[in-house]
Design a protein around this ligand. Sequence first.
Ligand code: DX5
Ligand code: ZN
Length: 218
Amino acid sequence: MAKVYTSILNADWLHLTEVLDSIAASGADGVHYDVMDGCFVDNLSYGLPILHSMQQYNRLPVDAHLMVKEPLRFVERFAAEGTQMLSFHIESDSEPHATIAEIHRCGMRAGIAVSPNTPLERALPYLERLQAEDFVLLMTVEPGWGKQAFISEVLSKIEQLHTYLQTHSLPLHIQVDGGITAETAALCRAAGADYLVSGSYLLGAADPKAAVASLHEK
Ligand code: DX5
Ligand code: ZN
């Protein structure tokens, strides 16, 4: 079964405890926390103080997605807030080997994120440094905003990575993020993805439990 992470980027932040209750009741496997620095992407979201507050209440695993210029600088501080999974972009300025090593040193699962226009080849040299249960995040929208349309050209990249992981016996997960609905999740699952991030589809669902189930099943 796929794992499902609910992105709270477009949540109703005035009622975050209710949102977290709803996510927990929906059966999602974790909360996806999108961090944007206004530099790596042309948008600002939230960072460590908001995560600290959220963690006074949240009991779900946190999957933090760092869309920042220098992710390595912040790894330890995300671990200190109880983050379990931490992804950084291969296009960022931080050296990937050092960043992966720091994520592992801090006891988290590492993810290498790849934007839609970045060739998969850019990430491949670093996959050997990942461990079982780590992951590659293939962005299915341009990072920076929620509620965008799924980019179907990424499907062939998912297939390419899936084949590469099998050929090289690498026990890694493939995460997709952006425009994920029951329909696009089915396409991503068929291509080889097993970690699904979804924001607007899950947060806007009349029946969040059924929506999460529709992603789990695909
Ligand atoms: C985009 C973020 C995504 C986004 C997903 O930069 O990384 O996590 O919040 O939202 P939806 O599911 O609405 O595309
Ligand atoms: Zn994300």
